[in-house]
Design a protein around this ligand. Structure first.
Ligand SMILES: O=C(O)CCC(=O)C(=O)O
Length: 279
């Protein structure tokens, strides 16, 4: 696979899309499989399940850690195509940490802006996500939105999010004039982004289109610790990889201050926020 363009885009923006990495037949099978799996209550439905209720996101709560009970998710997590792309982007082979499936049915709220390494606490270095679109995604059905260049930012302290539009309750503040950019994708495309990049998604405003995604989170190979909540890590053969980690959830974080007329992130006076991804 020629990853030159992927690497260039990733270096410039902190994210990049590998187009058509999974075939239409593969994603169709995954969609069917996860829709069927969703009919059964699963462990770790952390956004709340209310199958007969009014809230679309609670009728289709995301799966967290499906690779622990589902072979399709495990095979995706350890797929050699993902390994090849991420090894090119990171310059080293990563370890696998977490999987998630998002259903995001018509009318569902999105997820407020956040930075993944706030939660995974990978150090030194960062985590990386491989976000596989199971449906075509655009602004109407709540595609991913990312802030280009924020991959070089420190981890920011969170503030309250608008829970009318987000199923999570915290967000990351942005300096004036900085906005996330929507990333339009087709089913089968994989979006890669690092643990500092600010990202999230808006509500699905369509009446008839899901926006499903299968997501893997990874840890760069030279990391020395990862939050215990994101362990065990897996090698690409599925065996477990031992690594140090803290029980603390959340991260040391910074706030925006002005310096020479420019917004910069100050880590001095930082607070330790204790929140779990998804709260
Ligand atoms: O799919 C989304 O809307 C958000 C996913 C996300 O934030 C993540 O995978 O870290």
């Amino acid at each position: 696979m020629d990853t030159t363009e992927l690497e260039q885009t990733y270096q410039a923006n902190g994210y990049a899309v590998a187009r058509g990495l999974f075939s239409p037949a593969e994603v169709a099978q995954m969609r069917d499989h996860f829709m069927e799996a969703r009919k059964t209550p699963r462990p770790l439905d952390d956004t709340g399940v209310d199958i007969g209720g009014d809230d679309p996101i609670k009728r289709y709560p995301r799966f967290i850690w499906p690779h622990k009970w589902d072979d399709v998710a495990l095979r995706f997590m350890l797929d050699p195509r993902l390994k090849e792309c991420m090894t090119a982007l990171l310059g080293e082979s990563p370890y696998a940490s977490q999987t998630m499936v998002y259903f995001k049915p018509p009318g569902a709220r999105g997820q407020a802006l956040h930075q993944d390494n706030y939660y995974l606490r990978v150090a030194p270095g960062t985590c990386m996500a491989a976000w596989l679109a199971l449906d075509d995604c655009d602004l109407a059905n709540g595609c991913m939105e990312l802030v280009p260049g924020s991959h070089k930012w420190d981890i920011l302290c969170t503030v309250d999010a608008d829970t009318q539009i987000s199923f999570t309750s915290v967000t990351v503040p942005l300096p004036p004039g900085v906005k996330p950019v929507p990333v339009l994708m087709q089913a089968g495309d994989v979006l890669y982004f690092n643990g500092s990049i600010v990202h999230g998604s808006s509500p699905n405003t369509t009446t008839d289109r899901f926006r499903r995604a299968l997501i893997g989170h990874y840890v760069q190979g030279t990391a020395e610790e990862v939050s215990k909540g994101y362990q065990p890590l897996l090698n690409w053969d599925g065996s477990q990889y031992e690594i140090a980690g803290t029980e603390i959830e959340g991260s040391v974080c910074g706030v925006w201050v002005e310096q020479g007329g420019e917004p910069v992130i100050a880590m001095a006076g930082q607070e330790l926020q204790v929140r779990r991804k998804g709260e």
